[in-house]
Design a protein around this ligand. Sequence first.
Ligand SMILES: C[S@@+](CC[C@H](N)C(=O)[O-])C[C@H]1O[C@@H](n2cnc3c(N)ncnc32)[C@H](O)[C@@H]1O
Length: 316
Amino acid sequence: MLDMTKRALSKKRHYIPGLARFYFRPTFDWTPSQAEKMYNRKNSQFLDSEIDVVYYRDCIGGMKELPDESVDTIIADPPFGLDFSGKESLYNRDPFLVVEGYQEVSEYDKFTLEWVSQLSRIMKTESTAYIFSGWTNLESVLMAIRLSGLTVKNHLIWKYQFGVFTKKKFVTSHYHIVMVVKNEEDYFFNKVDHYPLDVFEYPRKYRPGRKKNGTVLPVEVVKRCIDFSSKPGDLVLDPFMGNGTTAITAKGNFRHFLGFEINENMQEIISESINAIMPGVDYTKYLSRCPSPEDLKEDYPRAYKEYKRRSGYLPD
Ligand SMILES: C[S@@+](CC[C@H](N)C(=O)[O-])C[C@H]1O[C@@H](n2cnc3c(N)ncnc32)[C@H](O)[C@@H]1O
């Protein structure tokens, strides 16, 4: 007993804040050429012509036609059920640049249960789904997840800088992202950051002068989900493509995509954006994205010194 206390104390004395960051390595990593090879492998459940495609139709019918256990990762950003058209003046955007046809949802509970209940069958054992939601209908989303037998692993927040002006309540400046898995014991998670917080802070991007769907996610938010929950060559499904953010992000990072969007008016914009991206253009080895010891030096000077000492560095 005494020995154990001594050991715990000595461990505590040796704890150096930040030191673990200097030794962090992503769980899995691939060079760009390895990632490209994985991307070029044939998918055993789909013909080449069936994936890397956005289908302009209702996602519920579309998902019903997908084979069992055929999707690696899901990014789903459904309409939030707020009677939204994207043209509302309070969103401070030019209504002429917002494409007609954004489809909102009336019976939110029913709709949510219908599409969420498709996920479990089409997800592989190791798959993860990221479901975006505003706070007003979050309850429907959580209920549908529970009824579909999926497990919530994280409740993430995307914090953005923009919020609609309010007179008598706080300004909403976050989205919920519910991270759900099919199999708690066996889901794929590539820890590419030493200390990945559950709050993502990325500004909303303004794309002045460009035609768009009512809402658009930043590529960085989608990329973070894809990085942690898929491998190069995997298939990423987005049932609500909107502007095609998931398709663009997947293709630029050596992942395949498949998506649905009910608004046919988005077809030209989505196709143009997808065609403008080269496969893997944004892909780099995960380790190269981690901060180097020199980057960490300023925030963790003591850990830096210890790291250098352990690496055999002798000061002048
Ligand atoms: C919040 S937006 C998605 C925005 C997207 N994440 C992006 O970054 O561009 C939701 C989209 O779902 C589409 N939608 C609504 N109901 C649908 C359905 N049943 N099937 C497919 N798409 C649908 C809407 O037209 C809208 O474009």
